[in-house]
Design a protein around this ligand. Structure first.
Ligand code: ADP
Ligand code: MG
Length: 317
């Protein structure tokens, strides 16, 4: 592919690109997992794609919060917007180093940079009135009530396992750094951004930004990014090679492609599990409905194959 014809892909890497399983969670393990995914991202770049990488980080967010909790008698607490900033910095470092080293092996000469990314949410999003995402450690009711009184937390009993803080999850509206990211791409920089869906911020009447204590869906954050930089492809790299109907049930059927209408129908029929595949399918639908040309879902080891049309699940308008 000549430079003029390079196509732009937003690649959203899932949790499995940093954590393989619960026995391998330390930083060297996370880095090793990052390397595995970046081998294939480098393969895409070598095949002629421009890539913007985004990532999740649910477990890491939980650990950063836990460190803050454990240190509360000695150090200031870390609010959720800063937790996200910490996540983006550390994950960005891992992906930058992993990509750098893979580029070195392949003789690819492309600069790489992480952009700390803020994602705007609507102050009036109804989600603020209904905090629903449990986050951080379990505690007893007395401790939960104390946080409620003292720190203004929303707390809830979580499925018989104990009390937890619950957080609102408003819908990402806009990527504040979209223009900066766009300019980076135009000059050939491989960009890592919008980690964890972005650092959640709200805007006041004057346009000033303020961090908020909410969590964003990383698939939606990646999709808003893909849509706003007009990516040719929204590629979700997760733990499955393809999307299925009747997933893990009798009559399971792997899908090679899905039209917009089919995706909506299967979504309504409940084929995509809440909190895992459902937000990905919703994000793909939104992307296609807002001018996106194609979305693709597969696992890291099949990125290059899926781009050649050999596997993965492709969603088209
Ligand atoms: P990520 O960390 O990449 O966001 P998730 O675990 O949130 O990954 O979502 C991917 C998971 O969704 C897959 O590993 C699979 O277990 C699950 N899943 C749920 N429904 C389906 C489906 N219909 N087809 C394929 N996978 C599904
Ligand atoms: Mg997920």
């Amino acid at each position: 592919m000549t430079e003029a014809k390079r196509k732009l892909a937003v690649v959203a890497v899932g949790g499995n690109s940093l954590i393989k399983d619960s026995s391998r969670q330390g930083l060297p393990d996370q880095y090793a997992a990052a390397v595995e995914s970046m081998v294939h991202v480098a393969g895409m770049i070598e095949a002629g794609w421009d890539v913007v990488l985004t990532h999740g980080g649910g477990p890491q967010v939980g650990w950063i919060l836990r460190r803050s909790e454990l240190a509360q008698h000695e150090l200031h607490p870390v609010s959720l917007d800063y937790v996200l900033a910490d996540l983006q910095g550390a994950a960005g470092y891992m992906f930058q180093r992993a990509l750098h080293n893979e580029f070195l092996k392949r003789g690819i000469q492309r600069p790489i940079a992480t952009v700390i990314t803020q994602t705007l949410v609507d102050r009036n999003d109804p989600a603020f009135q209904h905090p629903s995402k449990p986050i951080g450690s379990f505690m007893d009711e007395a401790a939960a009530r104390e946080h409620e009184q003292r720190d203004g937390w929303s707390v809830m009993e979580d499925a018989g396992r104990g009390w937890r803080r619950v957080i609102a999850s408003p819908i990402p509206q806009r990527i504040v750094e979209a223009e900066a990211i766009r300019r980076f791409i135009d000059t050939g920089v491989v960009v890592i951004c919008t980690g964890g869906g972005g650092i959640p911020v709200v805007e006041d009447e004057s346009g000033a930004l303020q961090g908020v204590e909410v969590v964003l869906d990383k698939d939606y954050g990646a999709m808003i990014l893909a849509s706003s930089i007009q990516a040719d492809l929204f590629l979700i790299s997760t733990a499955v090679e393809k999307v299925a109907l009747n997933y893990n049930k009798p009559g399971q059927q792997w899908l090679d492609s899905l039209s917009l209408a089919e995706a909506k129908r299967y979504l309504a029929e409940g084929h995509f599990a809440k909190g895992s595949m459902e937000p990905k399918i919703r994000a793909c639908i939104y992307f296609l409905e807002h001018g996106g040309k194609q979305a693709l879902i597969t696992n890291p080891e099949n990125l290059e194959n899926a781009l050649l049309g050999r596997t993965g699940t492709r969603l088209i308008p």
